[in-house]
Structure formats: structure tokens, C-alpha cells
Design a protein around this ligand. Structure first.
Ligand code: C5P
Length: 214
């Protein structure tokens, strides 16, 4: 049986996960947050040392719960992977070949079993190059920083807009200039600038694109 795969890529805080979750819920597809997987590996290396990456498959097992919780070796790390320390280090860890090979393989395996909406940086280019629908989502850096500020405030974190802008720009730079699977729009991805669109409008546009393919 063939499955429908929706790849949503784009820079940090472009709204990918909010939209991807809603689209997946609406269609009854599985939602896979690949950024959460890189964050989980980063959390583990911060706690256990980077040398574990040489035998990453012996140390790290990542699964998702029914409400998109992230489990690292059966422990719910959904909150812990959003810490400042993890965010600061994740783009470096995500640039390492061993880490990418391991996670990309895991992401492909998950997508074999069901219809998926997968968001990240390299889903349309590397993980699922034959995905039925590919979206590259972008938004102005100021818009992205403001969205992230609201998210962090909702979590009870007091960052400034400047701090968040700096982090977004820094991560985008590392992600788009790394050697392996850099952040880049796939040649066959549809570009969606969400700067001036509401969540509902973006969701609607994507659902329409998916419907055209079914
Ligand atoms: O999506 P999120 O911002 O949580 O991703 C955290 C980081 O994980 C990104 O800044 C990037 O360095 C890395 N990442 C990646 N490839 C993906 C998804 C995320 O390199 N497919």
C-alpha cells in the first residue's frame, strides 16, 4: 500500500510545527517533528557526553506518544528538549554525519508505516525526496522572532525579542551552511511565505494542495 507523505521544511520558527500538527490532525496522518529528534539527541549528549555519538544506535531510542510527546529512551523529554541549553547546541549536533544518518534512517522507517506529515529542514530534499507534497515555509525574521516570543512566554520563559532574533539568525546560518543536507528549498517544493497569513489560512492552503494529490 502506498502512503501519502507531506514534507514541510523551512527556517527556525517559521510556524512549521504548529501547522504540521494541525494538518496531520485534520487528515488523520501521523505527525513527525524531526527537529524534536535532533533536540533529543542534543539533550542526551549534554547529559552524557558527545562521545556517545560514535555508537549512537546503542544509546538513543526516540519515539513519539499519541499527543506528540517525545520519548527519549522511554522518558518523556517533551519539555526538556525546548530548554535554552538544548536550543543553543542543537544546530551543531545536527551537523554531525553520524547523527544525521541515524535519524534520517529512523524518519524514513516511520514514514513507511503510515501517512505522515513530517517537518524539519531536509525532509523534502533528503529524508523523503519523493514526498507527494512538499512545502517550504518561510516568514520574515521579525515575524518569526515575535511568534517565538509568544511561544516562550506561554511556557513561562522571559526571553527578549533581541535574544530570540539572534538565536534564529544564528541557527539558520549554521543550518543553511552545513555540509550535509543543508537547509534549502527542494526544487519541487512549493514556497509558502506565512509572514502575513493566519494559521488557518496556511493550514487551508496546505490542505488544498494535499487534496489535489489524493
Ligand atoms: O525544528 P526545530 O527548530 O526544533 O529544530 C531544531 C534544530 O534541529 C534546527 O535548528 C536544526 O539545526 C536541526 N534540524 C535539522 N534537520 C531537521 C530538523 C531539525 O538539522 N530535519
Amino acid at each position: 500500500m502506498t502512503h501519502t507523505r507531506i514534507a514541510i521544511d523551512g527556517p527556525a520558527a517559521a510556524g512549521k510545527s504548529t501547522i504540521a500538527k494541525r494538518v496531520a490532525a485534520k487528515l488523520g496522518y501521523l505527525y513527525i517533528d524531526t527537529g524534536a529528534m535532533y533536540r533529543a539527541v542534543t539533550l542526551y549528549t549534554l547529559e552524557n557526553g558527545e562521545e556517545i555519538i560514535d555508537e549512537i544506535e546503542d544509546h538513543i531510542h526516540i519515539t513519539f506518544g499519541v499527543n506528540n510527546e517525545v520519548y527519549l529512551n522511554d522518558q518523556d523529554v517533551s519539555e526538556a528538549i525546548r530548554s535554552q541549553e538544548v536550543t543553543k547546541n542543537v544546530s551543531y549536533i545536527a551537523s554531525l554525519e553520524k547523527v544525521r544518518t541515524y535519524l534520517v534512517d529512523m524518519q524514513r522507517k516511520i514514514s513507511e508505516a503510515s501517512n505522515v506529515v513530517m517537518d524539519g529542514r531536509d525532509v523534502g530534499t533528503t529524508v523523503l525526496p519523493n514526498a507527494e507534497v512538499k512545502i517550504f515555509m518561510k516568514a520574515d525574521p521579525e515575524v518569526r522572532a515575535k511568534r517565538r516570543l509568544l511561544e516562550e512566554q506561554a511556557r513561562g520563559n522571559n526571553y527578549t525579542l533581541e535574544e530570540l532574533t539572534k538565536d534564529i539568525v544564528r541557527r539558520d546560518h549554521i543550518d543553511s551552511t552545513r555540509e550535509i543536507s543543508p537547509l534549502v528549498q527542494a526544487h519541487d517544493a512549493i514556497l509558502l511565505d506565512t509572514s502575513h497569513l493566519s494559521i488557518e489560512e496556511v493550514e487551508d492552503k496546505i490542505i488544498r494542495l494535499v487534496m489535489k494529490h489524493l
